[in-house]
Write a protein that binds this ligand. Structure first.
Ligand code: SF4
Length: 352
């Protein structure tokens, strides 16, 4: 039998062990580094030829490897070895038409920042915007905010509101129904933690967004969540972007409440103010884009980790503030031992 890995099943080597990322099923599983080396050397897995090459004493290991790949549905059978040319490798080149792909805009209930920035974000072909309202806001004002996006080219809108909103379900439902770009509203300083799915009757009762309430206080300079298998992202976009660029900061821009332009709200460096410069000019500056290039393969420790193309990076919280290539401190995985901290919560449902 001759088999080959499906192009969407991509092996990634770590110091201690490797994984196969199945970007179609959105799962990963562990394999030994010896199997990784074998898969890199042989696109065609012909049991007979492999035993000839590695010797009969390794036939049991070869059978185990082939069984493991078959069990996870990672290989397909080929009748003839010369048909492999019809199954090209997945192209992991990464490019996007947008100059800025996603933006975080802080505003108050007057929406001054947002009104100023929105046309410029459209000029930059921005796809997703997170608006963070740092003051109390009424239903009418929130509706006005969402209406700004009504004829916009922006495809995804998420909103964070720092103070509790006492709207009822019907009011939220109307906001989501009238603007299908709206994906989520997260509300801080609530009395309880809960998530409401927003269903819309006209859409076969399907969920089109959610409202998340939290008792936490909002911190505008934020803190990135801890890295665990639950935060891993398994899709082609993230996997291919991570090969070339920083998967958090690439094409990201943030505007704080004072109009300062940054890479991310948690980073201190500002590149100008929206009242003095255009964000289109800032987005073209090499200095503004320098962190976009800090990819996982350049970061200490992460470069030896098998999770590096499915793990999100953070450059605002790093172990050594003098070294932009140091590891995020909010990760307690050690790729050299292959161990997380003792926390059993760190097991992921996506680990196959
Ligand atoms: S070591 Fe780096 S790549 Fe690996 S899980 Fe931690 S942060 Fe992610």
């Amino acid at each position: 039998m001759i088999v080959s890995l499906y192009p969407h099943c991509l092996p990634v080597k770590g110091f201690n062990r490797s994984i196969i990322c199945d970007l179609q099923e959105c799962i990963y599983y562990f394999i030994p580094n010896d199997l990784y080396d074998l898969l890199v050397k042989h696109r065609l897995l012909d049991r007979k030829l492999l035993i000839e090459e590695y010797g009969g004493e390794n036939s049991e290991a070869i059978d185990d490897y082939l069984l493991l790949l078959e069990k996870h549905d990672s290989v397909f059978e080929l009748n003839k070895s010369d048909t492999l040319e019809f199954f090209p490798k997945l192209d992991l080149t990464f490019d996007e038409p947008s100059i800025i792909d996603n933006a975080i805009v802080d505003t108050d209930n007057n929406l001054i920042n947002l009104k100023k920035i929105l046309p410029q974000l459209e000029d930059l072909c921005c796809v997703a915007v997170l608006v963070r309202v740092l003051t109390s806001i009424s239903f009418k004002e929130l509706k006005k905010l969402i209406d700004l996006f009504k004829t916009s080219v922006i495809q995804h809108l998420d909103i964070i509101v720092s103070k509790n909103l006492l709207f009822d379900y019907k009011q939220f439902q109307s906001l989501f129904q009238e603007n299908l770009r709206l994906n989520s509203i997260t509300i801080f300083e609530c009395e309880r933690d809960e998530i409401d799915k927003i269903n819309v009757e006209n859409f076969s009762n399907s969920t089109i967004g959610y409202v998340k309430r939290t008792t936490e206080r909002f911190n505008p300079s934020g803190h990135c969540a801890s890295i665990t298998p639950k935060t891993f992202v398994l899709n082609i976009k993230h996997f291919s972007e991570s090969q070339h660029k920083n998967n958090c900061l690439n094409k990201k821009m943030s505007i704080d409440i004072d109009g300062n332009i940054k890479n991310c709200p948690s980073l201190a460096t500002t590149y100008g103010n929206i009242n003095k410069v255009s964000i289109v000019d800032i987005a073209a500056l090499n200095d503004f884009k320098k962190l976009w290039l800090v990819k996982k393969d350049s970061i200490s420790v992460c470069r030896d980790c098998e999770f590096r193309y499915i793990c999100s990076d953070c450059r605002s919280h790093i172990e050594d503030n003098n070294d932009v290539f140091s590891k995020p401190p909010n990760c307690d995985y050690d790729p050299y031992s292959g161990k997380w901290s003792d926390d059993p919560q760190k097991m992921s449902f996506r680990e196959a």
